[in-house]
Ligand binder design. Structure first.
Ligand code: 5GP
Length: 186
């Protein structure tokens, strides 16, 4: 049950039911912030936020970590179709100033097949960061098709489509404070 939230929401033609409450998310994000601060010591990391899905998670995580550091953004989209799999289209590329020689904290909303990260991480590595810490709010291990080294995971979830807390369904639902799961169709 999500406090002050409906039992079922509709986005476009689909129904979604509560999955992770605001409280679940807030508690876990605080833990992740503390873990990140512990791992990075007194360092000043360079936070790299994957747009658009990770923007709300990143805002809460960075504040929870209490770490100083620069913040920048990246936007990619995956190619669809077998021939171009493993490539990523770069809409907003990482700025070398924020990567080269830095302890980069890459903040992602969800690792699903793993193809986005498999394609993007080499693009980051060629810029010679000092280190990369990959943190994702959600991970669907049952959907994963390629190996990805994830350093910190918020929630391991089943292979069902989710929305809210920054994640959208065809442009809708990013503003929802909780996370909802696609309802069973049958
Ligand atoms: P991957 O390349 O790992 O398959 O997927 C990465 C991207 O797919 C995520 O950054 C996200 O944009 C999108 N994605 C994967 N699963 C979901 C989901 O359940 N809900 C939403 N809203 N986006 C998803």
């Amino acid at each position: 049950m999500v406090s002050n939230s409906p039992d079922r929401i509709r986005l476009h033609e689909r129904s979604f039911t509560p999955f992770l409450t605001e409280e679940d998310i807030s508690l876990r994000v605080k833990e992740l912030g503390q873990e990140l601060a512990f791992r990075l010591g007194n360092g000043e990391p360079s936070f790299l936020i994957m747009l658009r899905g990770a923007f709300i998670f990143a805002a809460d995580l960075i504040r929870a970590s209490r770490l100083n550091g620069q913040i920048s953004f990246v936007r990619t989209s995956s190619y669809h179709g077998t021939e171009t799999e493993g490539k990523v289209r770069m809409h907003l590329a990482p700025d070398p100033i924020h990567v080269t020689g830095k302890d980069v904290v890459l903040i992602e909303d969800i690792v699903d097949s793993g193809l986005t990260m498999q394609a993007f991480l080499p693009e980051l590595e060629v810029l010679n960061p000092k280190s990369i810490t990959l943190i994702t709010l959600l991970h669907k291990p049952e959907s994963q098709r390629v190996p990805v080294k994830i350093d910190l995971i918020g929630f391991v979830i089943p292979p069902k489509f989710v929305v809210g807390y920054g994640l959208d369904y065809d442009g809708l639902g990013r503003q929802l404070p909780a996370i909802y799961q696609l309802a069973e169709e049958f």
